[in-house]
Design a protein around this ligand. Structure first.
Ligand SMILES: C[S@@+](CC[C@H](N)C(=O)[O-])C[C@H]1O[C@@H](n2cnc3c(N)ncnc32)[C@H](O)[C@@H]1O
Length: 272
C-alpha cells in the first residue's frame, strides 16, 4: 500500500507530533489511551516521525493531556446526552472514536482544509451525527451553520498557543454567545512556555510559531458574563504521571516545584 505523502508545514504539521505521541503510547503495555487508530494512521503516512522529537516521556504527556480532556468531555456528554461537540483544531485526533458518542450527539471536527483532506484519507468515518469542517476556526462562517439549540462543549487541544490573544478571545466569545450553555475544555501554555518555544522540537522543526500564553486562567472569565473556571490542571502535575518512565516522572516533579516552570502549561475546564 502506498503511504500518504505529507506536504503540510508550520502549524498544520505539528498535528503529526501529537498523533505520533498517541501512537507511541498505544504501543506500550501500560498505554494510557489505547489509541490503536492513531497507530494505524501513523503506518499509513510517509513522514519522518523522528522530526517530532517525541520521546517515551513526552508521548505519555500527550496521552495524559488527551485523557484528561476525554474524561471531561465524557462527563459533559453523560450529563447532556443531546449536545453539540465542537472539536476544534482536531488534526488527526481520534477523540470521536475514543469517546464513541451516542447518535444524539452532534459532533464537528474542525481544522484547516489541508488537514481535513488528510483526515478524510487516513481515518475511518465514525457513525452518528458527525461532520468535518474545513476552515480556520477564526473564520466567522462555520459557527453560524451550527444549530444553537443545545448545550455545547468545545474541546480544543493544542490550539490556543498558535492563536494570538485577540483571536482566542474572539473565538471564545463567539462560542459562549451563541449557545445556551456548555463547557470549554482546552490547554494553554504559560508565558514561559511561549518564551521557550524553540525548545519544543515539534514546534521548531515544523517551523511553527506560538503566540498566546496564559498565566492566570481566571483572566478568561472576564471575557463572557457567566464564564467560570471549573478546573485547572498543571501539565507537570497531571493525573496518571505514574505511566511515565522514572526519569520523566522525576523531571516533572522537579518542574512542579520550580517557580515559572510549574505553570509552563495547563489544561482548563470552564462552564458558561
Ligand atoms: C498541535 S496540533 C493539535 C492537533 C490535535 N488537536 C491533536 O491534539 O492531535 C495543532 C493543530 O491546530 C490546528 N490549527 C492551528 N490554528 C488553527 C486555526 N486557526 N484553525 C483551525 N485549526 C488550526 C493545526 O492545523 C493543527 O491541526
Amino acid at each position: 500500500m502506498d503511504r500518504e505523502k505529507i506536504t503540510l508545514s508550520g502549524t498544520q504539521e505539528t498535528m503529526l507530533a501529537t498523533l505520533y505521541g498517541r501512537a507511541l503510547d498505544s504501543r506500550s503495555p501500560h498505554s494510557v489511551l489505547g489509541d490503536r487508530t492513531a497507530q494505524e494512521a501513523v503506518e499509513r503516512v510517509a513522514y519522518d516521525f523522528g522530526k517530532t522529537g517525541m520521546t517515551e516521556t513526552t508521548a505519555v504527556g500527550i496521552a495524559l493531556r488527551a485523557k484528561q480532556l476525554d474524561d471531561w468531555a465524557a462527563a459533559f456528554l453523560a450529563e447532556n446526552p443531546k449536545a453539540n461537540v465542537l472539536h476544534l483544531a482536531c488534526g488527526l485526533d481520534t477523540r470521536v472514536h475514543r469517546l464513541a458518542p451516542s447518535p444524539s450527539v452532534r459532533w464537528l471536527d474542525v481544522d484547516y482544509p489541508d488537514v481535513i483532506d488528510l483526515r478524510r484519507q487516513l481515518l475511518p468515518q465514525p457513525d452518528g451525527s458527525y461532520q468535518m469542517i474545513a476552515s480556520s476556526v477564526t473564520e466567522e462562517g462555520w459557527l453560524r451553520d451550527v444549530p444553537d439549540d443545545r448545550p455545547t462543549v468545545a474541546i480544543f487541544e493544542g490550539l490556543t498557543m498558535y492563536l494570538r490573544e485577540e483571536e482566542a478571545k474572539r473565538l471564545i466569545q463567539r462560542i459562549t454567545e451563541r449557545f445556551p450553555s456548555g463547557q470549554l475544555l482546552f490547554d494553554v501554555y504559560g508565558s514561559l512556555g511561549i518564551r521557550l518555544q524553540k525548545m519544543v522540537p515539534a514546534v521548531r522543526n515544523a517551523g511553527a510559531t506560538l503566540h498566546w500564553g496564559l498565566d492566570d486562567p481566571h483572566e478568561v472569565e472576564a471575557w463572557h458574563n457567566g464564564l467560570a473556571l471549573l478546573d485547572a490542571v498543571r501539565s507537570v502535575d497531571m493525573p496518571g504521571m505514574d505511566a511515565m518512565p522514572t526519569s520523566g516522572r522525576i523531571g516533572m516533579k522537579v518542574m512542579a516545584h520550580l517557580p515559572g516552570f510549574k505553570d509552563v502549561g495547563r489544561i482548563l475546564r470552564y462552564r458558561f
